[in-house]
Design a protein around this ligand. Structure first.
Ligand code: FAD
Length: 418
């Protein structure tokens, strides 16, 4: 921390307030950086449980896993920005009435607190501590999995979600024999309707991955996964990718309101039920005015955009200005089986779908429409559709269904004439 910066922090008043951010992942780091970018002049302390320099997670199932990148540390000059980084310290509790956190090494006071503790992977029951069973959430997890790929082991992946598909892709690229076990009837069953997931099923076989749907793991034994139909799958390593849940157990008894998925229930301005406490990223849900429902988003872009609103609202609260509302069009991407898959917006079961292009081909898009307006879009190898669709969704434009269905026509030219 520079001398000059340090002196300015000692000045007191609203600008001299102390903001403490819990969780040094994407959302926590971006909150600390956004506070400085937006001119916050008080103390910023960022506390993270992991010992590593804060890092980005998407490369963990891609370049880092394959050894194409050593790490994915954020390129942020914490010292230069006057951000006090406290690593390797787990926060154990929160006492909002005292404006204090409890940590392994004692209490930490705050004026304003930001909860950004992210999510943790769901474990397969009965496999905790079983050798050869892996999760993929942290840099340590990725480092443990690298030798598995390097030795070209037989691998069983449990769960055909985003992480399962990306790990299977990397493992095939490394030369492993890969079986993916999925309890549902298709990949991505929790995220996409059957008609959209159907063409994705073929991607597994095309890449030499044995996808077993309607399959449940009965137990994991040394060197094998046993399914509930009795079949034994050879497995020198098992990778569990069955979802993640908000890392909020430490908030028990704090009085901070949690939702059905144990997520922190934030309001439209990302404030929690406790005074001076905000929440952002994978750990929190917020009400979406745009989609008319509460959203719990476990994707990178939300951990980038949300922090800007939190930082703005911390500054607004200090000066008595009105807080900003967080109402994004969610976005995420996935790289799997040689394809770049992007999704923008948010759809419900009742929304109608419309296809652009042949789903058995390398590039296609599916659009979701509500009352004639584009509200979500999944683009496979069509990044231009994604970019144009995002703007149309943000603007709430009505679409011409016939023009929209023609993949040769730019999406931006498929709006309905008013
Ligand atoms: C392998 C992988 C690949 C991904 N790929 C993509 C992708 O391709 N596209 C995409 O859109 N999204 C992707 N994601 C999702 C994206 O990375 C997350 O949405 C994003 O990391 C969320 O950021 P966050 O800061 O909210 O949470 P996290 O990244 O989980 O960070 C939270 C941090 O808080 C710390 N913490 C938790 N509890 C405490 C405590 N009590 N005290 C102190 N510290 C604590 C944790 O150790 C962690 O470091 C991927 C995720 C993973 C795991």
């Amino acid at each position: 921390m520079s001398e000059q910066r340090h002196e300015r922090h000692e000045e007191g008043g609203p600008a001299g307030r102390r903001v403490v951010v819990v969780g040094a992942g994407m959302a926590g780091v971006q909150t600390a950086v956004a506070l400085r970018e937006q001119g916050f002049d008080g103390t910023v302390t960022l506390i993270g449980a992991e010992l590593h320099q804060p890092y980005d997670r998407p490369p963990l199932s891609k370049a880092v896993l394959l050894g194409k990148a050593e790490h994915s540390a954020f390129d942020v000059d914490f010292e230069g920005l006057g951000i006090e980084l406290v690593l390797g310290r787990e926060v154990l509790g929160l006492r909002p009435a005292d404006h204090e956190l409890d940590t392994e090494t004692g209490p930490v006071p705050y004026d304003v607190l930001v909860l950004a503790t992210g999510a943790e992977p769901i474990r397969l029951p009965g496999t905790e501590g079983v050798p050869g069973v892996h999760l993929l959430r942290t840099l340590d997890d990725a480092e443990r999995l690298r030798p598995v790929l390097a030795r070209q082991h037989d691998v069983v992946v449990v769960g055909a979600g985003w992480i399962g598909a990306e790990f299977a892709t990397a493992a095939r690229e490394a030369g492993c024999a890969v079986t993916v076990v999925e309890a549902a009837d298709r990949p991505l069953a929790g995220a996409l309707p059957a008609e959209v997931a159907a063409p994705m099923t073929a991607w597994y076989a095309d890449h030499g991955v044995d996808l077993r749907t309607h399959a449940r793991v009965a137990r994991v034994e040394a060197g094998a996964v046993v399914l509930d139909d009795g079949s034994r799958l050879p497995a020198e390593a098992v990778v569990v990718g069955i979802g993640a849940r908000p890392a909020t157990a430490w908030l028990a008894g704090s009085g901070v309101a949690l939702g059905a998925h144990r997520e922190i229930v934030a309001d439209a301005c990302l404030r929690t039920s406790a005074a001076d406490v905000y929440a952002v990223g994978d750990c929190a849900s917020f009400p979406s005015g745009r989609y008319g429902e509460r959203l719990l988003v476990h994707h990178w872009d939300n951990a980038l955009q949300g922090p800007r609103t939190v930082a703005a609202n911390i500054l607004a609260a200090a000066t008595g200005e009105l807080p900003a509302v967080y109402d994004p069009v969610p976005y995420f991407w996935s790289e799997q089986f040689g394809r770049f898959v992007q999704y923008v917006g948010h759809h419900a079961d009742a929304d109608s779908t419309l296809w652009r292009g042949d789903p058995s081909g390398p590039a296609w898009t599916v659009c979701w429409l509500r009352e004639g307006r584009l509200i979500a879009l999944l683009a496979v190898g069509r990044p231009r559709d994604l970019a144009q669709g995002r703007r149309l969704i943000e603007a709430g434009r009505r679409m011409d269904a016939e023009a929209l269905a023609d993949p040769a026509r730019p999406l931006k030219d498929a709006t309905a004439t008013p």
